[in-house]
Design a protein around this ligand. Structure first.
Ligand SMILES: Cc1ncc(COP(=O)(O)O)c(C=O)c1O
Length: 492
């Protein structure tokens, strides 16, 4: 039987063969073809995995699949007919049949006009299968086995002694502040170039944030600025209760000098690794380096539980204390008794099941994000005035978002905002880089320390930078679409 670029599969092939074919080729769907060459239905990875979940063995022939939707057009019909049929049934492929009703060719859905999103969740067949298995287990043992397993898996993945699965990364950051005894009026030094979620948890304790600039090599916290902030605080006879360092866009900050400075002052470091799960710093996993590490499983992150996060540490007792605080701080008593107040911050058992499945895919997702970045870099890297976020020599980024800056003095006047407008017009989502915290109206008047005496690195990044679509499910054709718009806008 002709294979039409591998887009058809005979109904005598097995579930396992279909999965292998789709995973190896990256095809999202195939047309199932009967013994006489007639098209039967479209099959997807998800449809095949659902059969396995329902108990069918890997050796089951595809003919056991229930009837499914099919886009089918005659060879004499115009090309739009196939596109219309696919759009009407929301299918990915259309079978073009000859006069005898046999597959003559297969047409792919034209996705050229579909919007391209920045970083959509990528929860596919394998995660769904794992999550549903985990869901099944819940019915047998509803005491939270997924949460326990997820925590063990997170700790093993990061190489730390303990992990606590929580409802968000923000919750994890807040618990870290509570554990470190941050009180009203305490100073907390924070990265300025970050999302507000890095900083807000210090405010939940009524602390006073002081913002620290980035350094140009990693775009993360500048040790030079941090040193100056410590010196200025010391002149007032003060020191911070904690330093929160954000690892942005998938890249670790340079922790050796940061830890050295903080250790000299006896101040603990909280590592906000919400965006850098799966990245490394000098061979150590991002998130495992500070006194506490925080990761996020929010929907836009490299792996997701739709919403969630974790607090990790080698301090097993501190994590036990955080577990107590995260479940309303209930004293060990037969009745409800509280000597302190806590929070309702635990992750649900069902979401932890999704997390177990997603975490298994972390390395693959890192590779996919890095491939997206490599594509942009190969296509656009040489263009004058366009620079990508550097990968500092001390680590390996997960390239959560592919980010770049445009210098209008060298791009013929094209600024990041112009490029964003052109991308939006082409239905491609992009975003500015984080607006620094020291420039946020809510933090007006707070302290800020730049990388140099008269040099603010993160202000320049904000003014010139943007984030490109970076989802792990992006196809080469979609990446080419993005590159095309950028080249045209820069007239290169
Ligand atoms: C740098 C940074 N810190 C913290 C968070 C907070 O994580 P969550 O959304 O899980 O609360 C996020 C993401 O949302 C983030 O990007």
């Amino acid at each position: 039987m002709p294979q039409f670029d591998g887009l058809t599969i005979p109904s005598v092939a097995t579930l396992q063969e279909a999965l292998r074919r789709m995973l190896a080729s990256g095809e999202e769907a195939l047309i199932l073809v009967g013994e006489d060459g007639e098209p039967l239905r479209e099959i997807t990875e998800r449809a095949v995995r659902r059969m396995r979940i329902a108990g069918f063995s890997d050796e089951t022939p595809l003919s056991a699949l229930p009837p499914g939707a099919l886009a089918r057009v005659g060879a004499a019909e115009p090309p739009e007919a196939a596109q219309k049929a696919m759009a009407a049934a929301n299918l990915r492929l259309a079978a073009v049949v000859d006069a005898r009703g046999r597959v003559a060719s297969v047409v792919r859905r034209d996705r050229r006009d579909e919007p391209i999103l920045l970083s959509p969740p990528h929860v596919g067949g394998e995660e769904e299968e794992l999550a549903l298995h985990a869901f099944d287990t819940n019915w047998i043992a509803p005491l939270g086995p997924n949460v326990e397993r997820f925590e063990k898996d997170i700790a093993a993945s990061l190489g730390v002694k303990a992990a606590l699965a929580l409802s968000s990364g923000s919750a994890a950051l807040h618990l870290s502040m509570a554990l470190l005894g941050v009180k009203p009026g305490d100073l907390v030094f924070c990265s300025s170039f970050t999302f507000i979620a890095s900083v807000a948890p210090a405010l939940y304790q009524w602390a006073e944030p002081v913002f620290i600039d980035s350094e140009p090599d990693s775009w993360n916290m500048s040790p030079a600025a941090l040193e100056r902030a410590f010196a200025a605080a010391a002149r007032e006879g003060r020191k911070p209760r904690a330093v929160i360092v954000a690892n942005l866009y998938g890249q670790s900050a340079d922790y050796d000098p940061i830890l050295e400075i903080c250790a000299a002052h006896g101040v603990p470091v909280v590592e906000d690794a919400a965006e850098s799960l799966g990245a490394d710093y000098k061979g150590r996993r991002s998130g495992s380096i500070g006194a506490f590490g925080v990761v996020s499983f929010n929907g836009n992150k490299i792996i997701t539980t739709s919403g969630g996060g974790a607090l990790v540490s080698d301090d097993v007792e501190a994590i036990a204390r955080a577990r107590f605080l995260s479940t309303q701080a209930r004293d060990p008593a037969p009745h409800y008794q509280h000597s302190v107040y806590g929070y309702n911050y635990r992750m649900s058992n069902i979401l932890a099941g999704v997390g177990v499945g997603q975490l298994r895919l972390l390395e693959r997702r890192v590779e996919q994000r890095r491939r997206v970045f490599a594509f942009y870099e190969a296509a656009l890297g040489g263009l004058d005035g366009l620079s990508f976020m550097p990968e500092a020599p001390f680590g390996r980024s997960n390239r959560w978002l592919s980010t770049m800056t445009l210098d209008p003095r060298r791009t013929g006047g094209v600024a990041a905002a112009d490029l964003m407008a052109a991308l939006t017009a082409a239905k491609i989502e992009s975003r500015p880089l984080w607006k620094p915290m020291h420039r946020q109206p809510v933090f007006e008047g707070r302290g800020y320390f730049g990388h140099g005496d008269n040099e603010s690195v993160c202000d320049g990044l904000f003014e010139q930078g943007l984030c490109l679509p970076s989802g792990t499910a992006l196809t080469e054709a979609q990446l080419e679409r993005v590159v095309d718009v950028i080249r045209k806008t820069l007239r290169r």
